[in-house]
Design a protein around this ligand. Structure first.
Ligand SMILES: [Zn+2]
Length: 319
C-alpha cells in the first residue's frame, strides 16, 4: 500500500482543504486553496516550472479526470518530481454543476480589467490570477498548459493555441512538449483575448490552450486519452526528450467578426482545420463577403450564432 494518496478532483470540489501537506519521497504537495495545489520538489531544480490548469470550462471533464489520475500516480508511485508544479481546477462551481460555466465564460476573464464583476467566474478568475502571480514570483521561468476538450469535430484531433503574448518568443521548449503530448497542430493567435494562457504568458511563461480532443459525453471513457499520462509524468520528472510526433504550425490570416445587419454563414458541415478550396464562400454580410483565398486554408471555431461584434471564425493557413 502506498503511504500517501491524493484525491485532486474530490478535494478541489470541497470548501475545506486539507490543512496538512502531502509529503512523498519526491515532493511536497500543498493545498493553497480549494482547487489550487502546489507541488515543490525536495531538491531545488533548474527546470522551468509548469502550471497545469483544467476545468476552466466545467463540462470538459476529460482533462479534469486525466489530471486527477496523473496526480494520484505521482503520489502513489512516489515519482521523483523535479519540476515545481501548480495544478489548478479552475472553475469548481461549473465542474460541480457539469456546465461550461455558471454565469460567464471564464476564459474571457483573465485580466484585471475583465474580471471586475462579483459573479462566480470573475471572483474565481481573480483568485486564480493571484495564485499564478504568486507562483510566477517564486518560479519566473515556466510553462503553462491550460487543458480543454471540445465537442466540435476537427481534422487535427489535438491542437494548441499559443496566445499573442508568446508571439515573439522562442517557443522551442513549448514545441518539444507539444510533440510529447502528441499535439497535431498549433496556431499562433495574434489577437488579444483575456484567456488563462494569455494571462500567464503576460507574466513571462510559455503558455498554450491545449484542446486534447473531441469528446461526445461528459462521462467519455478516458482510455484513448491515457497515453498523455506518462508524458505528464515525464513533465513532472524531467526535461523533454525528443518525440517523433509531427505538429503542424498554422498562422491566423484573419478573424471574421459578425457585422451589423444581415449576416449568413454559407458553409455547411464545418470541421476545424479541414482544408478548403480557394473561392469557397465562408460568410456573407450586407456589404462584405468572406471567401477562402488559397486552397488549403482552413477555419477554426466557426460559430454562426454569435452576437454582432463577436468572432464568427478564425481563418488559418498552414506554415
Ligand atoms: Zn474549453
Amino acid at each position: 500500500m502506498p503511504s500517501a494518496t491524493i484525491d485532486f478532483l474530490h478535494t478541489s470540489l470541497t470548501e475545506d482543504i486539507p490543512a496538512t501537506a502531502i509529503e512523498t519521497p519526491g515532493a511536497l504537495l500543498t493545498w493553497e486553496a480549494p482547487g489550487i495545489l502546489s507541488v515543490e520538489p525536495h531538491e531545488p531544480s533548474h527546470l522551468p516550472a509548469a502550471i497545469i490548469s483544467v476545468g476552466v470550462h466545467g463540462d470538459e471533464t476529460v482533462p479534469v479526470r486525466l489530471v486527477d489520475h496523473w496526480l494520484r500516480g505521482l503520489v502513489e508511485k512516489e515519482l521523483r518530481v523535479q519540476r515545481p508544479l501548480l495544478v489548478l481546477l479552475a472553475n469548481p462551481g461549473a465542474v460541480q454543476a457539469g456546465t461550461r460555466f455558471v454565469e460567464h465564460n471564464m476564459n474571457r476573464l483573465f485580466s484585471s480589467s475583465a474580471a471586475l464583476g462579483e459573479d462566480a467566474e470573475s471572483r474565481r478568475a481573480r483568485v486564480l490570477m493571484k495564485a499564478v502571480q504568486w507562483f510566477v514570483e517564486r518560479h519566473p521561468d515556466g510553462l503553462h498548459f491550460d487543458l480543454h476538450s471540445t465537442i466540435k469535430p476537427s481534422d487535427r484531433e489535438r491542437f494548441a493555441l499559443v496566445p499573442p503574448a508568446c508571439a515573439e518568443r522562442p517557443l522551442t521548449n513549448l514545441m518539444k512538449w507539444f510533440q510529447r503530448f502528441a499535439v497535431d497542430a498549433w496556431v499562433q493567435n495574434r489577437s488579444a483575448a483575456a484567456t488563462f494562457a494569455n494571462f500567464s504568458a503576460g507574466l513571462g511563461y510559455l503558455s498554450a490552450t491545449l484542446e486534447l480532443g473531441q469528446v461526445s459525453a461528459i462521462d467519455e471513457p478516458l482510455d484513448r486519452f491515457m497515453p498523455i499520462i506518462p508524458e505528464l509524468e515525464g513533465l513532472a520528472q524531467g526535461p523533454s526528450t525528443p518525440s517523433g510526433h509531427q505538429t503542424q504550425g498554422y498562422q491566423v490570416l484573419r478573424e471574421i467578426i459578425r457585422p451589423e445587419g444581415e449576416f449568413e454563414v454559407c458553409l455547411q458541415d464545418f470541421v476545424n482545420f479541414r482544408p478548403l478550396t480557394a473561392g469557397t464562400v465562408i460568410a456573407r454580410g450586407e456589404t462584405e463577403e468572406w471567401t477562402i483565398e488559397q486552397t488549403g486554408d482552413a477555419l477554426l471555431f466557426l460559430n454562426a450564432q454569435v452576437p454582432v461584434g463577436h468572432r464568427v471564425a478564425l481563418v488559418i493557413r498552414p506554415n
